[in-house]
Ligand binder design. Structure first.
Ligand code: FES
Length: 172
């Protein structure tokens, strides 16, 4: 990565994809070389880096800052303004528990409590082995199936606290 920084320091506006790849091949660089070094590209660069990495790591913020010649503080403040950007690595499996009105009335909170206890994390967090991430959702739009829990793309309906553990076992 150091070589990459040195390269950009000395060749600020003229770089081709091939040249960058010769220096070091990483996901971040693979994204950066698609853009010109114009600070107006900050949001699209952040979006593409997150798409490639799954989140915005401290390292990627540093590289973006260097690439666009914008301070790291500014990169952070722009990124943190938008809910679409995340700064922690997501889990391999994303668990979403619905707490919308229908799910709440039918025990959604207890489902969430069970998942939290089982995985020892809170919504917005990832397990230490990066296997699971947990999120709370306002409504999946399938209220007749309440309470609803979604793991990756799989929808589980009429979930009970007892079912929660069995569902999680499927992904361990
Ligand atoms: S309230 Fe849970 S799916 Fe609508």
């Amino acid at each position: 990565m150091k070589a990459f920084r040195e390269y950009f320091k000395n060749n600020r506006f003229n770089i081709t994809c091939g040249e960058a790849k010769e220096i070091v091949d990483t996901k971040i660089i693979g994204v950066l070389v698609q853009f010109t070094r114009d600070r107006r590209n900050l949001i699209p660069v952040l979006q593409k880096v997150q798409e490639a990495e799954g989140y915005l790591s401290a390292e990627s913020i540093t590289e973006i800052s260097h690439f666009l010649d914008v301070s790291e503080n500014d990169v952070y403040s722009v990124a943190s303004f938008y809910a679409q950007f995340r700064f922690t690595r997501p889990g391999d499996h994303i668990i979403k528990v619905c707490l919308g009105t229908a799910c709440h009335v039918r025990g959604g909170e207890r489902i969430l409590d069970n998942v939290e206890r089982e995985l020892d994390i809170q919504p917005g967090q990832t397990t230490s082995d990066y296997k699971f991430g947990l999120e709370r959702v306002a409504c999946f739009g399938c209220c007749a199936l309440a309470p609803v829990m979604v793991v990756d793309q799989n929808v589980y309906s009429r979930v009970t606290p007892a079912k929660t553990k069995k569902i999680l076992e499927l992904y361990k």
